[in-house]
Design a protein around this ligand. Sequence first.
Ligand code: ATP
Length: 503
Amino acid sequence: MDSIVALAKRRGFIFQSSEIYGGLNGFFDYGPLGSELKKNIRDCWWNDMVRRRDDIVGIETSIIMHPKVWEASGHVAGFSDPLVDCKVSKQRYRADQLFFAPVVVTGADGVAQTAGYVSALESENTAGELQAAAESFKRKKALQGTLAPVVVKDFTEATPEQIALIPSPATGNPGDLTPPRAFNMMFQTNVGAMTDASSVAYLRPETAQGMFVDFKNVVDTGRVKLPFGIAQIGKSFRNEITPRNFIFRSREFEQMEMEYFIHEDADWSQCHQEWIEWCRQWLISVGLPESKLTLYAHKKEKLAFYSKGTTDIMFEYPFGVQELWGIAARGNYDLGQHATASGKPQEIFDEATKKKFVPHVIEPAVGVDRILLAVLCAGYAEEDVTDDKGNVEKRTVLRLSPRIAPVKVAVLPLLKNKEQLVGRARDLYKKLQRRYAVFYDDGGNIGKRYRRQDEIGTPWCVTIDFDTIEKPGDTFTLRERDSMAQRRITEAELFALLEERVY
Ligand code: ATP
């Protein structure tokens, strides 16, 4: 992770927000290459999800909506995470990311007793850390007997008696932690000049409600027929208690969400499965290896009462397997809630049965930033390569799919002081620039220039060399990032290659 964060900063992908003022926890900026990469991810999603399908339309709704939207959706009452304070250090934790275990020791008399508690924050190896902490606890207290393997629980499951005995991760002392309390994650603001209760509004914590609230507008104007979807890409804001893992969990992030409306009698389970597979295939199409993607179906008892099922596509990040894309079957809860709260029916007329009904919905919801982090993690590699003279050197390479790579082609004149080479290179560069993000580089030896492009994930370099200008055919050297293989290619072939691979 450290190498990826360092590369992201060094090559202008991602910066800390307001860095010159010390940064602001949970907020990030995208630099010249990062903003291109992010735009490409968004564009691929939009093209595949909206433009290349006949059953989905796109919208763009406002970030601040009527506060009643968030009352009806349940966010005002329930969009919260369980927060735990350490009274002494003033640290704050999410209770479901704070783990504890009783230290159970069996004495010579065969009686198992709880001698105390240990705690640890969520990590790749929480159980291992707790086991080590339990062993150290037993040593320090000079307890005789056999230590039982730890049974890990999260802090939301702790009883008041246990809370009094669980040590704070910050101070190591029992009794410093408060019981969990609900912390609403919506950012509040005020609309207009008054700052009283009547002007309170929220920055949206998800884009989905825009699709529900505009459902009727789209139905009445969009010539859509069930089943159909409404998609949107936009910023969302959550006052996360513990933003972490770089851009994985931040307080301002971007979502790509789609609400797929189906008939109330339709086979929602089949539709849900189809969307899970569509999303998985889409992630593969932008370069994520299938081997790092797994599915996690939420347990029935943990689902909201209206939810029929939720499956997350998980990605194997360097810090653990984590949620990337959630695909939820939400019944007709959201439209139903807005119908009741607004007094405006959110129904569709069924020609077959001559009855009105509220459609059900399947919702694939993903974060752009999480995809971007996943492609950086999956694509990053450091490898030893041997040059023509037999020297071994390190190369850092970012294996990004041509679909999303920030620069598609680098145009390199072999020498910068040879007018004919430069002229041909400039001419090609200008032509490519009309369609693609390209980079012109005439500085340094050609090997170094290739390495610079490898590091930012440019799939192809074309070198304009003496064969280009002296031999017939007007060909360039095409060098591929992944194989480092070189071959000669004409301008027409280069455009054909790009046409096929960048879509
Ligand atoms: P988590 O359990 O990780 O907090 P969630 O289940 O609350 O996520 P959803 O409400 O389903 O997330 O949001 C849909 C998608 O939005 C997530 O799958 C994720 O890709 C993205 N997302 C959610 N919260 C954040 C965040 N704080 N930072 C970046 N992306 C996020």
